[in-house]
Design a protein around this ligand. Sequence first.
Ligand SMILES: C[S@@+](CC[C@H](N)C(=O)[O-])C[C@H]1O[C@@H](n2cnc3c(N)ncnc32)[C@H](O)[C@@H]1O
Length: 253
Amino acid sequence: MATHSEAAFNKNESDRRQSFSGIWNGELDKVFADVAKYYDRANVIASLGLLGVWLKRFVSTIDVKPGDKVLDVCAGTNVMGIALLKKQPGMDVQAIDRSQDMQQVGAERASRLGFTIKSDIGDVHQLPYPDEHFDVVTLQYASRHLGIMQVSKEIHRVLKPGGHFYHCDMLRPRNKLVENAYYIYLKFCLNLTSWLFNSDQASLDCRDYFIEALKMFYSAEELSDLMRTAGFASVEHSSIFAGMVAFHKAGKK
Ligand SMILES: C[S@@+](CC[C@H](N)C(=O)[O-])C[C@H]1O[C@@H](n2cnc3c(N)ncnc32)[C@H](O)[C@@H]1O
């Protein structure tokens, strides 16, 4: 993969926005309102149970200390916040997501387990937090739906010097054969889970979008470059399943 220049990233980000901003600012909220009640179960089925294994692996890469201020961006049902609090209960965890329904499910899950996760409902393209506020920021399984350069710069802004941004997502595999097989598998999963959970029309209409958004997204290497371009001083990643899923750690100087 050729390293992107900042101009190439800007062009790609602008193309992604042009293709998807209608969905990002419209249908996607309806989709997450619909899927909130079955989101966690659907993920277990679609990943054949692997999501829990990937979560453990991702969390094992995240350094957290008692007293750390942690921000989970696009927190959804608080999967990440809960996993981090299980690892280190003495932290202050803030979640932000645009979906009230996803956060409602997340708040109930956290409270059942005796954890407190603060919640803000809002768009993460402009984070409502001061500069240099958090020790750790996490973002999992949402980047395809975002202007990820803008959000990465926002995350960099709210991190303290020496803080880290941890990212996990399904990414575009480098190998074309693997990539095409991946899209066929994802299409099958989306059809299966919408049938099993009786998805509403908004979710049915967005099935193609979920795959198209991945096609226009980045490989693990490209995402590392994007994070460097967004200002991060040190960026490392590891991938599994031929680059279908990757874990990134980006440090702020
Ligand atoms: C696939 S879910 C991932 C949730 C969670 N991070 C996880 O690992 O399960 C994507 C989440 O991103 C949120 N989201 C998408 N675009 C957003 C935006 N612009 N601002 C805030 N949240 C957004 C959705 O509401 C949804 O809860």
